[in-house]
Design a protein around this ligand. Structure first.
Ligand SMILES: NC(=O)c1ccc[n+]([C@@H]2O[C@H](COP(=O)([O-])OP(=O)(O)OC[C@H]3O[C@@H](n4cnc5c(N)ncnc54)[C@H](OP(=O)(O)O)[C@@H]3O)[C@@H](O)[C@H]2O)c1
Length: 328
């Protein structure tokens, strides 16, 4: 497994990591135990979580697995995210109160003394950035959080957080967690370039397979049991299955042909492509079955097959390279 520095911090994170959105709950806990063990055995050292995943159950399940695994605490990194805690006014957002309450609740569910990476899951228009930066800074000083970061914040707001931190001598954000995959490139390849360059931020990217679209499984419709078939995720299905679906499927079929020529599966091509970007510190994998994870974990070794020529071919298939004129 390749390890990369999380931006300019001294923390080495495995270039492939494992996350728990949608897939972790009590019903799936045996499968997820197998997956976490397979990931750890393959060298994965980062497990991603959030207060909102399965209403907190995801952290409880992960905490139980970590406890039963008995891995030493200094050998792995765990995250949580704060923003969507509950419906009451004090249970959501990034106020000092919710940031503190959510952190304490996550620590309890995860059965840990500290969270390695703590993310602000979205920007909060109701809370001044300074309040959130101070809350994160204080959690770090209390030893409950080691590094804090943002997820899907506009680059201008992240810049503001750094300015506040510098002005008052507080700890600024170390990493962003944006979506990044072959279909969603602009933030990581354009908007955030100044965050990587000016602040040395790391990135822990999510949905590397666009929720499974980039596995090719949706070309002939929506398979029973797949993510896009699940009740409650209609909003996600609508993002991909719409009047553009024919053009999307055309590109995915071309990528399928290319991956076979390279001796890769399509999921391995998708994960390798994300990992080729050196501004990506870690690609967070998701899996509902152990075989899926074994397949994508192999991308760490196989990614060297994506030469510059291959990357160029992929760009020509995708036709979505962010243009240099619109860099900033
Ligand atoms: N910060 C944020 O806002 C945010 C948002 C989303 C996710 N995340 C994090 O990022 C992690 C990864 O995101 P993601 O789960 O959306 O990743 P993804 O790789 O885009 O999608 C994972 C899903 O694709 C399918 N899949 C994966 N490998 C496969 C394979 N080899 N063959 C066939 N199907 C396969 C599975 O779905 P099915 O089997 O169910 O079809 C799996 O659950 C999450 O767990 C979470 O930790 C963060």
């Amino acid at each position: 497994m390749e390890y990369r520095k999380l931006g300019q911090s001294g923390l080495f994170v495995s270039s492939l990591s494992y996350g728990s959105w949608i897939t972790f709950d009590h019903q799936a806990s045996e499968t997820q135990k197998q997956c976490m063990f397979a990931a750890y055995d393959a060298g994965v050292n980062f497990f991603d979580n959030a207060e909102v995943y399965s209403g907190g159950e995801s952290e409880t399940v992960m905490g139980d697995i970590l406890k039963s695994a008995g891995w030493t605490r200094d050998s792995y990194i765990v995250s949580s995210k704060v923003f969507w805690g509950g419906n009451k006014p004090t249970q959501k957002g990034l106020s000092r109160k919710h940031v503190f309450d959510a952190c304490h609740a996550a620590l309890k569910r995860l059965q840990l003394d500290y969270i390695d990476l703590y993310f602000c899951h979205r920007p909060d228009a109701n809370t001044p950035v300074e309040e959130t930066v101070r809350a994160m800074n204080d959690l770090i000083h209390q030893g409950k959080v080691l590094y804090w970061g943002t997820s899907e914040w506009p680059a201008d707001l992240v810049t503001q957080a750094h300015s506040v931190a510098r002005e008052y001598g507080l700890v600024g954000p170390t990493m962003e967690q944006p979506q990044y995959n072959m279909l969603k490139r602009d933030r990581v390849e354009k908007e955030y370039l100044r965050l990587f360059k000016n602040y040395g931020m790391g990135s822990t990217i999510w949905s590397p397979l666009a929720s499974g679209i980039l596995t090719g499984k949706y070309i002939n419709g929506i398979p029973v049991g797949s993510r896009l078939s699940k009740p409650g995720l209609e909003w996600l299905r609508d993002i991909y299955i719409n009047d553009q679906v024919d053009s999307l499927n055309g590109k995915i079929k071309k990528l399928q042909t290319l991956s076979s020529e390279l001796g890769l599966t399509l999921p391995q091509l998708g994960i390798s492509w994300c990992a080729q970007n050196q501004n990506v510190s870690t690609v967070i994998l998701g899996a509902s079955k152990i075989d899926q994870l074994k397949e994508t974990l192999a991308a760490d070794e196989l990614k060297k097959r994506l030469t510059a020529d291959v990357m160029g071919t992929i760009d020509r298939i995708l036709e979505n390279v962010p243009t240099p004129e619109s860099l900033f």
